[in-house]
Write a protein that binds this ligand. Structure first.
Ligand code: CP3
Length: 366
């Protein structure tokens, strides 16, 4: 992609704060860009105040509210990217699954997939109809972000991670039912993954068309699989979804956790930026990737509960391992925890900018 197309927004205003987009393209930056997965959420009092009035799905399905939550961390911290406020699970609703977020229990699917007939009955609706609220929230957020010139990330769950919720009926530790279908009935597994990859690919593409300037593909739980199973049962479908999304012509972040043993395969499935958690050193992870990839991560989210000197030391170590190489996006290795002190987030974001500015080849701009 040409630099000019990456630095100009797809609609109106230019991206002023472009270091995140530049890093996505492995271009030099003034200082390392930073954003945090789940940067909008319960650790912020502004978010809790809104959640006291509205359910999470209500916020997600009301573009004005979703936009407001998207902006909360942008207004509070010196972040280099916004991520649209949504969740990975609403696309399952349009396919025919009945989703609820229960207090204290996390997500529940009331009619989980159990049989071939269940999979055959799944619909693959046009995201412009089934997920119009998020596309609308993206348009609104782009307008709201224009003044600060901060880019917006869109996202989707990946087929495997979505399949795990659809089959288990909620969060899981060992994925017994999911792996049971995968190992026990390959034709049904592949049919499910084909439907999910179409839905995910089209949803990501629609988000890019609505104005998302980068897309993140969340395969959060894929590290539960062996590399051989990943290659056979997941990779072709993730690749298919990413191929569709690529028509949107924006950089794609491919994220997973516990993927240290399969980073090469994750990259083979697609994506311009590879997410790494904290189970592997940043430089070791980078060496496992083919040249040209940018890398996002890799601070353990629990670090943000530690005393400041410890946070600083560990952040510094990651930035030292990145060593000013173009293409590092600082982030946590997974989502921010609800009991994270807000002040630690502020200090982290500022410290990343200050410390890494000294490590870049070009002087910082204003
Ligand atoms: O990063 C952001 O700020 C954007 C918003 C976002 C949410 N969920 C909002 C949310 C994003 C990117 C997600 C992704 C998501 N959702 C993933 C993949 C990333 C990951 O963390 O692995 C997954 C697996 C989900 C599914 C999900 N959503 C679970 C398991 C839960 C309950 C557990 C929990 O943390 O409470 C949710 C709820 C959810 N999604 C919350 C938020 C802010 C908290 C719930 C609340 O407000 O009550």
């Amino acid at each position: 992609m040409e630099m000019t197309s990456s630095l100009l927004s797809s609609s109106s205003s230019p991206v002023v704060r472009d270091r995140f987009l530049r890093a996505c393209h492995c271009e030099p930056v003034d200082t390392t860009p930073v954003w945090l997965m789940r940067q909008a959420g319960r650790y912020m009092s502004e978010y809790r105040a809104l959640r006291a009035k509205y359910g999470i799905l209500e916020i997600i399905k009301t573009p004005e509210l979703a936009c407001e939550v998207t902006m909360q961390p942008i207004n509070a911290f010196d972040l280099d990217a916004a991520i649209i406020f949504a969740d990975i699970l609403p696309p399952l609703e349009g396919m025919g699954l009945n989703l609820e977020f229960q207090k204290g229990e996390g997500p529940v699917i009331h009619n989980p997939l159990r049989t071939r007939a269940d999979v055959e009955a799944l619909r693959t609706p046009d995201p412009k109809e089934s997920l119009s609220f998020t596309l609308e929230a993206i348009k609104l957020s782009r307008e709201r972000l224009a003044a600060a010139g901060i880019p917006l990330i869109g996202f989707s769950g990946a087929p495997f991670t979505l399949a795990s919720y659809a089959i288990e009926g909620g969060s899981s530790r060992s994925y017994v039912l999911t792996k049971g279908l995968m190992m026990g009935d390959a034709p049904t597994w592949h049919l499910l993954m084909e439907k999910l990859s179409a839905v995910v690919g089209n949803y990501l593409l629609a988000q890019a068309e609505a104005g998302a300037q980068v897309l993140q593909f969340f395969d959060s739980w894929v590290g539960a699989l062996s590399p051989a199973d990943y290659r056979e049962y997941i990779l072709p479908h993730s690749r298919h979804a990413i191929e569709i999304a690529k028509q949107g012509n924006v950089p794609i972040i491919h994220f997973g956790t516990n993927t240290s043993g399969m980073l090469d395969l994750i990259q083979e499935a697609g994506g311009d930026i590879i997410g790494v958690d904290w189970h592997i050193d940043l430089d070791t992870a980078w060496k496992q990737l083919k040249p040209g990839a940018a890398v996002q991560g890799n601070l353990d989210p629990v670090t943000l509960l530690a005393p400041w000197p410890e946070i600083q030391k560990r952040t510094q170590e990651i930035l030292d391992r990145a060593a000013g190489r173009p293409g590092h996006i600082f982030n946590l290795g997974h989502g921010i925890l609800p009991n994270t002190p807000v002040d630690n987030v502020r200090r982290l974001v500022d410290f990343v900018h200050e410390y890494s500015a000294a490590k870049q080849n070009i002087p910082p701009t204003a």
